[in-house]
Ligand binder design. Structure first.
Ligand code: DC
Length: 226
């Protein structure tokens, strides 16, 4: 088991977890992993293979053919499938936006990514990072329930819609959050003992500073940059 410090950051779509995690990664020399991109990459591969989220048997056999790896890109580790990192425009396409929550609700898909996501702590360690910061929906509840620090970010719906529009995205975050929160396996919830932070009325700098203070206190990590 890797001893590298792990910071878990969970929250709904557009809660601010990506921007915050990236900034914290740079500040503390942490390896950043966006697990939403894992579900998106696997969804893209399954959609391309013509698999439906309702066809569990076919999903399991299709997953058996997907070989996962990672490439370090600056501060982030990006998932690769069959030795290739899928393109951003492919994993953020309308087709993937529409299919990712239904696929992420399938237990076989979550099982498939569990070991891979846990293995990223060792990847961070051997790649020379001071720790791992992993963002998603179930990182503090399922993947690293034992992490020294687990954050749960939230923001009101109007703030989240405005943030998405600013990023030029138009997908239905409310609908995705509804599916993600109501699924049976690893639903989006604030894990017990996690630090809940409402980012609606905070700037990105304020959220980053708030979390950075807690990271220093809980892990003893020192900022690599201000
Ligand atoms: O963060 P995102 O919007 O890129 O995530 C895409 C989808 O993946 C989202 O609808 C829920 C799912 N997801 C999940 O179920 N568990 C995670 N740890 C991360 C994402």
């Amino acid at each position: 088991m890797s001893k590298t410090p792990v910071i878990a950051v969970d929250g709904g779509a557009a809660s601010g977890k990506s921007s915050t995690s990236r900034r914290l990664a740079a500040r503390f020399n942490l390896m950043h992993v966006d697990t939403g991109s894992h579900y998106r990459a696997v969804t893209f591969a399954l959609v391309q293979a013509g698999v439906s989220p309702h066809d569990t048997a076919t999903i399991e056999s299709a997953l058996a053919h997907l070989k996962l790896g990672e490439e370090i890109d600056g501060q982030s580790a990006r998932i690769s499938i069959g030795g290739k990192v899928p393109r951003e425009e492919d994993i953020r396409s309308d087709a993937v936006n529409a299919a990712v929550s239904p696929f992420a609700a399938v237990p076989a898909v979550r099982r498939f990514l569990f070991d891979y996501q846990r293995s990223q702590a060792a990847v961070a360690e051997r790649s020379g990072f001071s720790g791992l910061i992993m963002e998603g929906r179930d990182i503090g509840s399922v993947i690293f329930p034992d992490a020294p620090l687990r954050f749960f970010l939230e923001a009101d719906e109007a703030t989240r819609a405005a943030r998405r529009a600013k990023e030029g995205q138009t997908d239905s975050i409310a609908e995705r959050d509804r599916i993600d929160s109501s699924r049976k396996t690893a639903p989006l919830v604030c894990p017990e003992g996690a630090r809940r932070v409402d980012t609606s009325h905070l700037t990105l700098d304020q959220v980053v500073d708030l979390l950075a203070g807690e990271i220093e206190q809980a892990t003893g990590l020192a900022p690599a940059q201000a």
